[in-house]
Write a protein that binds this ligand. Structure first.
Ligand code: ADP
Ligand code: MG
Length: 326
């Protein structure tokens, strides 16, 4: 970058992250802190998620996609709690202030932020290895949060959307799985631009239809395991009922089973709800435009039992993703 074209930290923030439009924040970017006034009678839900180069995305990954994904994974946590997005902060470490990268990143970020009326209210910017950390703030009524500890024996287990295509794309990139270019493109869209299930999560919480919920980031079996542990429950999961992504659905059974059950990077919701809520949930899902599928049952007997379509036990030898045990 020519010296006359160099961006200072403050120019960078002003040019790419401050927006000339009124927001909800009482005070947005520019002072030592942002100021927010919560809606009357609401609780604030807060969550952070960090994306690290070579860990969560490949070096050289498309900037627009990173802008989308870094906010999407955070909105997914709000959805899993049943909280409506309000605002977020962005802490960004960048190796250099490159205009085309910043423009692409901001475009992907704000397209998603605007779709969910979530306002950027502050952050921090520093030079360093590429690292994107977002904190989101959402609102919900006290008592309505979809806690991991709230699953009850007899509950249905549901998942939204489809599972496994993001993991299949990873296998395609790694050369572990042969995919046609069009297939890789479709599967990779699930990996790069996940859709946070905000309307579904919020509606489930607001209508009091679901008990426990979690978003599926590390694979269904592992994430459902968090619900089971927090709720001190067990479950039976019908692996063949798991909705596979369109590309994975074309693959052989054993791969389909493994990637739907434990693929990771899906950002769908897994939630539990009483059987009496089945019809209401189907109607609500239709009104949100998000498909949902019943995939199992919460049980008092501890442990997770995987079964096939005939109800026979399956041993998939799965393990959930853990950053420190690889
Ligand atoms: P401080 O010196 O107090 O850390 P900064 O100089 O880092 O403040 O930031 C100045 C203002 O710009 C603050 O309001 C901060 O929240 C905001 N800001 C800094 N980086 C970003 C960013 N990447 N996105 C949005 N706002 C940012
Ligand atoms: Mg600072």
């Amino acid at each position: 970058m020519a010296p006359h074209d160099a961006l200072s930290e403050f120019d960078l923030i002003k040019h790419y992250f401050v927006r000339q439009r009124p927001g909800r924040a009482t005070l947005g970017i520019g002072d030592d802190c942002a100021l927010m006034t919560p809606s009357a009678g609401k609780q604030i839900a807060i969550s952070s998620d960090m994306l690290v180069e070579d860990r969560h995305f490949f070096a050289g990954a498309d900037a627009r996609m990173l802008g989308h994904k870094s906010l999407a994974v955070n909105l997914s946590d709000l959805a899993a709690m049943g909280a409506r997005p309000v605002a977020f902060t962005l802490a960004l470490a960048l190796p250099q202030a490159e205009r085309s990268w910043l423009a692409g990143f901001a475009e992907g970020l704000f397209a998603l932020a605007d779709a969910f009326h979530c306002e950027l209210i502050g952050g921090d910017t520093t030079k360093g290895p590429l690292n994107i950390c977002i904190t989101v703030f959402g609102e919900l009524a006290p008592g309505q949060a979809l806690r991991r500890s709230a699953a009850v024996a007899g509950d249905d287990i549901w998942v939204s959307g489809t599972l496994g295509d993001a993991r299949l794309a990873l296998a395609g990139y790694r050369g572990e799985q042969e995919l046609a270019p069009a297939e890789l493109l479709t599967a990779a869209a699930r990996m790069h631009t996940p859709t946070p299930r905000v309307s579904l999560g919020c509606a489930l919480a607001e209508q009091g239809l679901a008990h426990a919920a979690i978003d599926i980031s590390d694979g269904l079996v592992g994430d459902l395991g968090h619900i089971l542990k927090a709720s001190r429950m067990g479950a039976t999961l019908d692996v063949d009922a798991l909705p596979a992504g369109p590309v994975l659905a074309q693959q052989e059974t054993s791969l389909r089973r493994r990637y739907t059950a434990a693929g990771g990077d899906d950002y769908e919701l897994c939630f539990t709800a009483p059987t009496s809520a089945r019809e209401a949930i189907a109607a609500l899902a239709a009104s949100c435009g998000t498909p949902v599928t019943r995939v199992g049952r919460i049980e008092a007997q501890s442990g997770l039992r995987l079964v096939d379509a005939a109800g026979l036990p399956l041993d998939l030898a799965l393990s959930s993703f853990d950053h420190f045990s690889e």
